[in-house]
Design a protein around this ligand. Structure first.
Ligand code: BDR
Ligand code: CA
Length: 313
């Protein structure tokens, strides 16, 4: 099994990524760390606990609260895309409380306890990860591998013309993380997620037909994003975060990935958070591996199998 931490701004697909960590037997989910991003911080925490609940009341997985805003900038939300991130779901959260330790301290501590063993899946703005680098210069070396959902590999953004949400919200953090010396794998927004990890109506129907508590949860939390996606011409729900966790646990889902030098724009007027992914012709040393193609059907079947399980919330 793979020991991992998921660093998340929990809404919609972040919840599905948590289900991957919680339910895949290949995963040994050591902790969930929360970072400011998609929706209000406290709502994100509620969404994470609802996910633990629906996955079978997994109170043994600690949830650590991290940075409540980006390093330098004001917080920007994606509530227009995700609503409250849970499709308005409310659930009893008795017995589920955040741990007292700050997420950045927990990340630093866990990585230092077993250097070279812990994988980190970062599916929100990179604020916590950058803060951990600042706090412990040994952090990047202690982490076995860092899987990042963020950026685009063709210059096309989802929050502005040039930027993907996670890098846009905290570009200084993202820039610092790519300079920190991690072993990094990137799952970008476009073209990868947008062309290969979208579940259209037929797939969504197959999920709904499972009629398990997990499938009902999936359909509910993905509802607002589906509406938003359709309003902008995307025919289905998008799954960047769960894909990122899945490719860490199942590298065979990756059909193509290449070394790139990745850097993030922090100064541009129209390009804040733009990810410059340089593929080698510019003489820059690679600092990351960027996923370019996945086994899209394999990924869907994987999520379908996960949601078919019977859990008792
Ligand atoms: C990223 O931003 C959020 O909306 C999603 O959870 C994902 O991590 C996609 O740009
Ligand atoms: Ca996310």
């Amino acid at each position: 099994t793979t020991p991992l931490v998921i660093d998340t701004d929990t809404a919609q697909d972040d919840c599905v990524a948590l289900l991957v960590g919680l339910l895949d037997p290949a995963a040994d989910l050591r902790a969930i760390t929360m970072v400011a991003g998609n929706v209000g911080f406290d709502q994100q925490v509620r969404n994470a606990f609802m996910t633990l609940n629906v996955a079978g009341g997994r109170s043994e997985v600690p949830v650590y609260l991290g940075c409540r805003r980006p390093l330098v900038r004001e917080w920007v939300s994606a509530e227009n895309v995700h609503g409250d991130g849970s499709g308005g779901l409310r659930m009893d959260q008795d017995g589920l409380d955040p741990s007292g330790e700050h997420a950045v301290d927990a990340l630093v501590r866990m990585a230092a306890q077993s250097p070279g063993e812990l994988s980190v899946v970062a599916i929100g703005p990179l604020t916590n990860i950058a803060a951990a680098v600042v706090k412990d210069p040994g952090f990047a070396g202690n982490v076995k591998t860092l899987y990042v959902m963020g950026g685009s590999n063709n210059g096309r953004g989802n929050i502005t013309a040039a930027a993907e949400f996670n890098f846009y919200v905290d570009p200084e953090a993202a820039k610092a993380v790519f300079a920190a010396g991690f072993d990094i794998t990137v799952v970008p927004w476009d073209p990868l997620t947008l062309r290969q990890a979208v579940f259209g109506q037929e797939k969504l129907d197959r999920i709904a037909a499972l009629d398990t508590p997990l499938a009902r949860f999936f359909t509910r939390i993905c509802g607002p994003t589906l509406e938003f996606d359709r309003s902008v011409g995307i025919d289905g729900t998008t799954h960047p975060d769960s894909l990122t966790a899945a490719v860490l646990l199942h590298p065979e889902l990756v059909r193509a990935a290449s070394p790139y030098h990745v850097d993030v724009e922090t100064a541009g007027e129209l390009t804040r958070g733009y990810s410059a992914m340089s593929w080698g012709v510019h003489g820059l040393e690679p600092n990351a591996r960027v996923v370019e193609e996945i086994d899209a059907e394999g990924f869907f079947e994987y999520v379908l199998e996960l949601l078919s399980r019977e859990t008792e919330p």
